[in-house]
Write a protein that binds this ligand. Structure first.
Ligand code: ZN
Length: 227
């Protein structure tokens, strides 16, 4: 089941409020259209009745896609500083649904799911794109670290993140994007062979260990100090 909540949205341009229905829980097995909208960046898009400005409501929902072994809680980007607390909360929610105290059936389902927590639309969308392309999200984060080390003037700021846009035949197309507004600053192409190299091990064992066994699999885990 996909569950919707009602709340009021404020236009970031003129401040007009409007009542909206927002999603609280997505079941992508039953609603592949909602998954498509996230990938197309149209999900929860609204147009202001006063000024006509089009904007997206900040994400805050649970996302499940059993066919892809995905279970994820998505928070607004502004909550990133609280990642440690919200990661623990996500793990608690996951454990109460699928953990040791749940029914045998739930435990069986849960064993197939990988819990994740993300902040902002670009981060949430990236998990879907990576999974669809058969990429491991931990390896993808390590690849980004390799890219950041090699790009002399990486435009990494408090707001700008390096995210996977899409996978073309032999290339991963990454872009620098504002984690809140989704404004794209620049894109770069990384050959798939670079991903394969990182996947092969090399010098990445220590950083890989830091990203493994947690729900918050994101470079920001290493870059944003826990609040
Ligand atoms: Zn407006």
């Amino acid at each position: 089941m996909s569950i919707f909540d009602s709340l009021s949205a404020v236009c970031p341009e003129c401040g007009t409020e409007q009542a909206v229905k927002v999603v609280a829980s997505i079941n992508a097995d039953r609603r592949p259209d909602l998954r498509e909208q996230i990938i197309k960046r149209t999900f929860q898009e609204r147009t202001c009745p006063s000024c006509g400005f089009t904007f997206r409501l900040p994400p805050r929902f649970t996302y499940q896609h059993f066919a892809e072994h995905m279970w994820m809680i998505v928070h607004p980007r502004r909550d990133l500083a609280k990642w440690q607390e919200l990661e623990a909360e996500a793990q608690e929610v996951f454990d109460s649904a699928y953990g040791p105290d749940s029914s045998p059936l739930a435990r069986e389902i849960g064993a197939q799911l990988i819990p994740r927590v993300t902040f902002g639309w670009p981060a949430a969308r990236e998990k879907l794109v990576a999974r669809a392309a058969g990429l491991d999200d931990i390896t993808l984060e390590l690849l980004k670290m390799a890219v950041i080390r090699q790009v002399p003037k990486a435009p990494l700021t408090d707001q700008t993140e390096l995210r996977l846009d899409r996978v073309d035949e032999d290339d991963l197309v990454l872009f620098w994007v504002d984690g809140t507004t989704e404004a794209v600053e620049a894109s770069l192409t990384v050959p798939r062979s670079a991903y394969d190299e990182v996947a092969g091990g090399g010098d990445w064992a220590a950083l890989r260990a830091q990203l493994t066994g947690h729900a918050f699999v994101d470079l920001n885990r290493l870059l944003v100090p826990a609040a």
